[in-house]
Write a protein that binds this ligand. Structure first.
Ligand code: URA
Length: 226
């Protein structure tokens, strides 16, 4: 792979920017200063550094974030802060996007990847990827509401698929759904005359938030997802 392509794929900058970086002698290949964007990199064995940092090329990248409230799930927006702003510097952001969506006021597990096919698969209704949410409620929840939520409720002309409710206490539940309709959890609770006052996604398929702090990001691999 050409050095300039390698550097852009590593998220270092645009083709123009990396050309500039190379001309400033900031890149070494196996300890030797690189002087042309056209130099060829052997992905198997060459060690490319920017300053003291070794650059690693990965075709597919996966990261999980514990999303903070106050950020919208989008790659860019002219008015609102986006989840991309929560990604730390070490994350290779080239072609990276969030898989699915959490509301602005929702916290918790958000997956990022540059692999569109995988994202599509995970979001496909046919795949039934389970998502578990911690839900704090405005009002006490009763057994009848739990039964209704589990069986399926009408969220504006659509009946939700069966879900699973675990009761933490009478004002807090864990709700596991296999779908991802717009504002689904909030609408489900509205359908049983309650209201969500705090929402956090704890699990997305096999992925769990664990002890990742709010705003924290961790790189994961494909085998963690399936
Ligand atoms: N359901 C909601 O209502 N909001 C979210 O952010 C996620 C699921």
């Amino acid at each position: 792979m050409r050095l300039d392509k390698f550097l852009t794929e590593c998220g270092i900058g645009t083709r123009r920017e990396v050309k500039n970086i190379i001309s400033k002698n900031e890149i070494t290949i196996n300890g030797k200063k690189a002087d042309s964007p056209k130099e060829k990199i052997d992905l198997e064995k060459d060690v490319v550094k920017i300053g003291e940092t070794v650059l690693e090329y990965k075709k597919d990248r996966f990261y999980i974030m514990n999303k903070a409230a106050g950020f919208i799930t989008a790659t860019e927006d002219s008015r609102e802060k986006t989840v991309m702003e929560l990604l730390p510097e070490w994350v290779n952001k080239k072609d990276l996007f969030p898989v699915g969506r959490l509301d602005k006021d929702t916290e918790g597990l958000l997956l990022f990847t540059n692999n569109g096919k995988l994202a599509h698969e995970l979001l496909s209704p046919k795949k039934h990827v389970d998502k578990t949410y911690q839900v704090k409620l405005l009002k006490e929840i009763d057994e009848k509401s739990v039964k209704l939520l589990e069986e399926g409720v009408d969220i504006g002309g659509y009946i939700t698929k069966p879900s699973k409710v675990q009761i933490i206490n009478n004002m807090e539940i864990l709700l596991t759904i296999s779908e991802g309709k717009f504002h689904q959890v909030k609408k489900m609770l509205e359908a049983v005359e309650n209201k969500v006052i705090y929402l956090k996604r704890l699990r997305f398929g096999n992925l769990e938030l664990g002890d990742l702090p709010i705003g924290g990001v961790r790189e994961i691999s494909l085998k963690d997802i399936f």
